[in-house]
Design a protein around this ligand. Sequence first.
Ligand code: IPD
Ligand code: CA
Length: 252
Amino acid sequence: MKKPKIETLIDIIEKSGEILVDNYRKKKRVKRKEDDSPVTPVDVKIGEFIRERLEKMTPSFSIISEELENRERKSKFTWIVDPLDGTTNYIHHIPISAIMVALCRRRSPIMGVVHFPLQDLTYHAEKGENAYLNGKRICVSNISPEEGLTIFGTKIQKKEVWSALRKARNVFSDFRMLGSAAMSLTKVAEGKATACFEAGIKPWDYLPPKIIVEEAGGKVTNIHNEEIDWESRTIVASNGKQHDSLLKRLRN
Ligand code: IPD
Ligand code: CA
């Protein structure tokens, strides 16, 4: 089966964004998952909307979608879906939430789309084809982590995040926690932040924006400067300038 067109994927994801927008002001029924992270009926509804359309388009591909059961098939292609990144923001009416999808070929992302319906921002990238925001090419920044902004993941109960934050206080000029891995990584891709650090995250949180950062000229690794895979839980993305020295300063 041929690789689907990125325009079709963007269209599906942008349509699913209407569900997020329509429910934004409404009070949410929140359930806690086994790992204590929150989930709402909107997370599930968007996941089902996207899965139905992806299956129609590529019936032989596997699908891993955060809030739904995996549909594993004998295919070298797998869709990875995060129907709502930044669920805690969404519950509290903080408008930083995204819908993300990556297509992986033998576990390596070859296509990624990250859409923020409340801001009308759509990032996309395909392997070897550069990265784009709303159709315009984007590139990482050219400044050092000391001069720029660094973004941290919000799992502060993770000792890695605490430890990196304590170190960061003395090294970086400024940093933020935005509650969305999608926002952290795409801000690096767009050249607004120089780096971001996330611990305790899952493949659907980082595979779609990873290819966007890389195609924008940046770097995404684990804290030991190794290639990340589906088992990675700690990631660092940067504009690639001083990536190694940044990692050394964030390590325990
Ligand atoms: C979470 C957000 C958050 C990150 C967490 C993720 P979710 O995703 O991206 O910023 O720090 O690790 O789990 O649960 O809202 O999809
Ligand atoms: Ca999610």
